[in-house]
Design a protein around this ligand. Sequence first.
Ligand code: SRM
Ligand code: SF4
Length: 563
Amino acid sequence: MDQEKKLSKVEYIKQSSNYLRGTIEEALADDSTHFSEENIQVLKFHGTYQQDDRDLRRQLTKEGKERHYMMMIRARIPGGVLSADQYLQFDKLADEYGNGTMRVTTRQTFQLHGILKSNLKATIRGINDVLITTLGGCGDQVRNIVGCAAPHEGPFYDAVRQDLLAVVDATSAKTHAYHEIWLDGERVDPAVDAANETLYGESYLPRKFKIAFAYEGDNCADVYSNDIAVIAHRDGDSVAGYTLAIGGGMGRTASDKQTAPHLAKAFCFVEPSELVEVCKTVIAIQRDHGNRENRKFARMKYLVANKGIAWFREEAARRLGYELKQPRDIEWTTSDDHLGRMESPSGKVHLGLFIQNGRIHDVEGMSLKSVLREIMIAYQPQVRLTTQQNLILANLSPEAADEIEQMLHEAGVKLAEEHTQLRLRSMACPAMPTCGLAIAESERALPAVIDDLEKTLHEIGLGEQPISVRMTGCANGCARPYIAEIGFVGRVIGKYDLLLGANVEGTRTNQLFREMVPVHELVPTLRPLLEAYRDERQAGESFGDYCSRVGIERLQDRFVPVS
Ligand code: SRM
Ligand code: SF4
């Protein structure tokens, strides 16, 4: 790293945090409602963000009162797989310390919101009690490693799962700070951490780092939006190896044209035995060469874009001591999220449930949270969280599955089969009132937009058309809106940029069609385009492919604003 350059403020905070200790322990002992800026940054590594209730912010400021501070906690659940008992612990903690809801994230883990600082330690301990960590939920390190959540059976799938867990193990932070702070673990000499934290060092990575696994052909996990995409190739019952693509990431800054979503680029092919070392090498290259001066350009996607794949391959070969093999060509046949009733060859039944925007709660007419609790207690299914914010109840007998479907029905929860394809493919980030970066609504706005869009599609004869729609409350792209056929990206309260033309396979980003569309005009703006699609599409053509074939500029010329 070039020491002459001025590092960003966060770099100094990391460096002086003593391997992620900061002064968190002292701050937990005082009776303030919130943490210092330094501790907020360090806390992220422990899986927690300080937030405040944005719905109350203005009123409290007017009254001269402090913000209503609360913490969000994000667990790390590799591949989204957990037991019924682990699920029940999140359910209990959400009620005891949180806002009574759980949220399945786009990286197949749970977030709890609304936790007061005074309850933070008890909540993190509670999560650890069921052998789940929050270390690595957030922060400049490898985040929750995701993969296809389908409950496939057989040696090939078991082997990929083992390889995923091996990468998790090799890339997890090794500092003892987490145990000391949250679990009252034994205190260790910092020299021990210095010796153990070999991948990250005292400054960790320049920015967050994301890894996703997919089985060749099935891109439900949107692998190319990750820093490293790991695509498993099959050879009978074994893993033939993995193709790696690197340098993906969605985030951009609306006001800065140099920032943009990038899709990961094909990098190399590795034998299963090489996977961990090659992943660690790529991470180490980003650690040593990533931008530590300007966090806006600190993701590995900018390093890959600036230096090029050839440079990365050379640098990796130099560090590994061998040449990397060429990546294989990949064909994708599906990106569906494994919803609905599935039966495996062994006779087990799995129920993939649609969870609107990932929020598990009880609302009038739908007691989703309560019924899932009853199901967990009565049937002990394996739980598999998906990367599209949904949940699969796995390994059921056909009889249990029937009974569960009946319970869901009685609780007012629709089965996936009862939703439109449009709704099943929709995603929104949390945005208001918890996200500190939100500049528009998302989770609270999208359901009504989907209602309207469903009506419109029905009226124009496209009722069953699967179209992916994703909304975010700012340009950061947490619901991956840049690889949706229709992306709504919040610009200010009530207005969204409308992006079109990504493909279903997740290998092409969309483009800006129109800026700052008021929320009530989103569907009227789309209607003539959807009608044109209905009339002009080629056989089997998706809406995203249609928009891309016709061209966004031509569509802009043809369809002028409604107001
Ligand atoms: Fe995200 C920051 C929520 C997946 C890109 N994201 C945030 C924060 C923590 C806001 C903050 O920094 O204060 C949000 C908390 C909101 C809240 O109230 O809960 C937040 N991100 C989420 C979740 C919960 C959205 C969801 O609908 O599920 C997802 C949690 C994933 C997880 O379990 O780890 C989530 N975030 C993503 C993804 C999608 C993905 O990883 O597949 C992206 C785009 C992919 C990528 O990383 O490029 C994403 N989040 C960001 C960014 C922009 C990063 C960038 O490179 O520019 C930020 C802002 C930042 O890091 O500065 C951000
Ligand atoms: Fe918050 Fe923006 Fe992410 Fe939505 S996309 S959760 S508004 S950071």
